[in-house]
Design a protein around this ligand. Structure first.
Ligand code: GCW
Length: 688
């Protein structure tokens, strides 16, 4: 009896101990690069550089291959390798550049951890320039940031106070980015302060650049078009004025003296109140080319944003195309037009911006939003990779079938000097960088897709889950882990974006957010003095006759900006994909859907479906409790609860509001609303 008891006790202690080892508190700071006990490895590398030392060190500290193996890092020119690509083979890593070696090393180590073959393979980047855009302000705040303050900026008055802690963080940031192939970063908000170009600010940029450089990351800056006038008192910032031209030339020279590998400028001009060349009667091309000429001798580029809209345009979704297409071919070769994925603004679902594929003679780069401005901030679990995959694979038809956005921007179809892609960062000072553990997967997915725009979200999700949650030493039974953790969690991630579309704005609805914060529902939000294109009724157009924005030939005719057969397909209600139905059409409440339901009922079902999905995610997560550390488990569980409350508010708010127009009952199969409309209309959703 005693022995049995003792045995039980020993087993309990062992279980407890292993539990403690497995489920130690994890603050998420090490992202997808969690430490493993390394096996011994010999590294042979005949060349020396800071980047190569990092590569060697990474191998030694993380090797999970055969103990005592020998790995050769060899830099020799091979024409199969493009840019910073690499080859992995039985002897090690081969590349044309030092940074290529480092990328190869990260890939090799990743493959060991996720148990993918490391046999002969060649990997070349889809885009040459793979950037994060930080919307960080000099005072440390971040526009649309949900994970704490800036890791780069803190206090304008003490801009040059740089601590060891800062440098460690920048280095960790650089390492994480390099591990997924990101090679550039724009350090400040596109709503840029002219002070960004003051000498003391530039000195700080130099300090940051020095930490990022060995990891192959170039620094870029967002610049304010009025800088010459605001900063140096010039009487104008007209891009054709000779003093202004000289000013930019000198400024650029000053920057390159400090930062010899500086990447270039990102410019938001004549957009949302920012200054630009149009203030002086000039065009975007005049403005961009003037800067491009200043940067050219140093190899710098200009990323000129096409995010423009004004209350004068009859349809906000059309302006980028109408303003930029006439300028096509008029930009210098070191200018790239940076275009948001959709024609409105990072909505949960939009068709692609028609500029993709249409601009042939001017380079175009996609801008994606990693930070979840319109997708639940850092509270909602939404894996954005499926949205980006959908976008990259969208066929523009500009050069026949198969002219996907990916192929129109990565140089496969239109050869340009530069190819690039940018993602608006979701990183801040929070210990886990992104606020939500699962938001890390979006940073990861962006980097992976920028490197290889053919990857599938399924594969990216599986990689990320394995890297983030599987500590080999703690998983006794891999098959069990795979079945009970990997598969359900992956399924949840893959379904999460469609769920968000359903509980926020299904069937092509868009921009029906509460004002300013863009978190909760606000289809009713329309303060009398606000620009109509800043209010949801402009987008949903609900009235007693129906709902949706008519962008057909008899409406705004936005469909005409798409190449055939898309233009006709979108124009015709019978061929328009259901997911874009209310984006392109204003339809009556009793419009018959393909499944036989009327539109109003379908809307109700979609909202209900979105909410039910989130309830399902809660169950999935609760079931995996034993496979995750305590801290991550509790954090995600609590965030799922608030996501669920938000989904409920979205469903109730939108259905009760639209019901005032449809005058139809909510189908009885659907759960009744739990919130009152008048209370929702007054609620500050961000407080929950
Ligand atoms: O999505 C909108 C945001 C603004 C942002 C702007 C832009 C940086 O609401 O906060 O400003 O787009 O992309 O310029």
């Amino acid at each position: 009896m005693e022995i049995v008891l003792e045995k039980k006790l020993v087993i309990t202690i062992l279980i407890l101990l292993s539990g403690l080892l497995n489920l130690y508190a994890e603050n998420g700071h090490s992202l997808w690069l969690r430490n493993q006990i390394p096996k011994q490895v010999e590294v042979i590398c005949s060349k020396q550089s800071e980047t190569l030392s990092i590569a060697v060190q990474e191998l030694k500290q993380n090797w999970q291959g055969n103990p005592g193996a020998e790995v050769t890092l060899s830099i020799k020119f091979n024409k199969e390798i493009k840019g910073d690509g690499y080859i992995l083979d039985s002897s090690g890593v081969q590349a044309n550049t030092d940074i290529g070696i480092l990328y190869g090393v990260y890939d090799l180590l990743r493959r060991q951890r996720i148990e993918q073959p490391t046999k002969e393979l060649i990997s070349n980047p889809s885009y040459e320039i793979r950037l994060l855009n930080h919307w960080d302000n000099l005072d440390g705040t971040i526009e649309r940031g949900y994970a704490g303050k800036s890791i780069f900026w803190r206090d304008e008055n003490e801009i040059l106070t740089i601590t060891e802690q800062d440098k460690i963080l920048w280095q960790e940031y650089a390492r994480a980015n390099a591990s997924i192939g990101i090679n550039g970063t724009v350090l400040n908000n596109v709503n840029s302060s002219p002070k960004m170009l003051e000498i003391k600010t530039l000195q700080k940029v130099k300090a940051i650049a020095e930490v990022l450089r060995p990891y192959g990351i170039k620094t870029y800056l967002s610049v304010n078009f009025s800088s010459p006038a605001v900063l140096s008192g010039l009487k104008t910032s007209d891009p054709l004025d000779s003093d202004v031209i000289k000013w930019w030339k000198n400024k650029v020279k000053e920057i390159y003296t400090l930062i010899p590998d500086f990447g270039g400028f990102l410019v938001k001009a004549n957009s949302e109140g920012q200054p630009g060349p149009q203030d002086f009667g000039r065009t975007h091309a005049d403005g961009a080319n003037m800067m491009a000429d200043a940067l050219k001798p140093f190899g710098g580029i200009v990323m000129w944003r096409a995010f423009v809209y004004s209350p004068k345009e009859k349809d906000r979704a059309m302006q980028a195309y109408s303003e930029f297409m006439p300028l096509e071919g008029k930009f210098r070769e070191n200018v790239i037009i940076q275009v948001k994925n959709g024609p409105v603004d990072f909505q949960p679902r939009e068709p692609f911006n028609p500029l993709f594929g249409a601009m042939k003679k001017t380079a175009v780069m996609p801008e994606l939003q990693i930070t979840q401005e319109y997708l639940g901030h850092s509270k909602h679990l939404v894996f954005l990779s499926t949205m980006w995959e959908e976008f990259l694979n969208s066929d523009t038809y500009h050069q026949g079938k198969g002219s996907t956005v990916a192929r129109c921007t990565d140089g496969s179809i239109y050869p340009h000097k530069y190819t690039a892609i940018a993602g608006v960062s979701n990183i801040g000072l929070d210990s886990n960088w992104c606020g939500h553990t699962f938001a890390q997967s979006n940073w990861y997915a962006f980097g992976r897709l920028a490197w290889n725009n053919n990857l599938t979200s399924e594969d990216i999700a599986a990689e990320w889950i394995k890297l983030t949650f599987s500590n080999k030493s703690s998983i006794s039974d891999f098959n069990d882990w795979q079945e009970h953790f990997l598969l359900p969690v992956k399924k949840m991630m893959i379904e999460s974006r469609e769920a968000a579309v359903d509980y926020m704005m299904p069937l092509g609805l868009h921009h029906i957010f509460a004002g300013d914060h863009h978190y909760g529902p606000g289809p009713w939000y329309a303060p009398p003095n606000l620009r109509p294109d800043w209010t949801p009724p402009y987008y949903h157009r609900a009235d007693k006759n129906g709902i949706g924005f008519d962008r057909t030939q008899s409406g705004s005719n936005a469909v005409s900006q798409y190449h055939e057969p898309l233009s006709s397909q979108f124009n015709n209600v019978n061929t328009c994909p259901e997911e874009y139905l209310l984006w392109f059409h204003h339809l009556s409440w009793d419009y018959k859907m393909n499944n036989g339901r009327i539109l109003w009922d379908e809307l109700c079902f979609r909202y209900e479906n979105g909410l039910n999905k989130v309830r399902g995610f809660q169950k999935v997560w609760d079931k995996v409790k034993n496979y995750v550390d305590e801290q991550t488990f509790t954090e995600v569980q609590s965030k799922l609860r608030s996501q669920c409350r938000a989904a409920q508010m979205w469903k109730d708010g939108c259905l009760l509001y639209f019901q005032q127009f449809s005058q139809m009952p909510i189908p009885y199969d659907i759960e009744r609303p739990v919130y009152d409309l008048d209370k929702l209309e007054k609620m500050d959703f961000t407080k929950d």
